[in-house]
Design a protein around this ligand. Sequence first.
Ligand code: FE
Length: 208
Amino acid sequence: MTFQLTKLPYDRDALEPHISARTLDYHYGKHHKGYVDKLNQNVAGTNYEDMVLEDVVRTSFRKKDTSVYNNASQAWNHTFLWDSMKPNGGGRPTGALTGLINEQFGGLDGFHNEFKESATGQFGSGWTWLVADDDTLAIVSTPDADSPLTTDTMPLLTLDVWEHAYYLDYQNSREEYVDAFLENLINWDFAQANLEALDAQSRLSASR
Ligand code: FE
């Protein structure tokens, strides 16, 4: 079995003017595709071929199969990233997320500030995540290819803070890119759906 490059959930120019089609041509068409291609080369003829991508990430992390891990994790992270944004995104969260954001960050402004601080504070390449940690929310940044998949927390949404994600549009200003994400692109529906899936899962395991 080979791993497939997931389809971009919108046209390559759909996030303009905040993220250009040129950036998505490179970021999706070259970088994301490159991770999937390298992963397929790395796993050919191994047990990893028969696993779902999440299990490849977790197993290769545990076994310290660094090249498999880096490419599998980057393949997974980028799919999660595309869903974390949408055309005409931004605005306010819906459903149970609203209360949790108020509780944890004192409101949407507090969330924006903490997310921005974490994203701009991540030195070098990495990712910034909103995660569910038991009954609370948290913002964490991870270096390079790392993600919450190898921890006990559950990712709800992410932003790629590698330079390749923003350099063509914002040059070295990661700050402007993070602002554009928070104000115009963030897909709260995706985060809410991930939270609901997690609630359903924990209800299921509690009733066993
Ligand atoms: Fe990237």
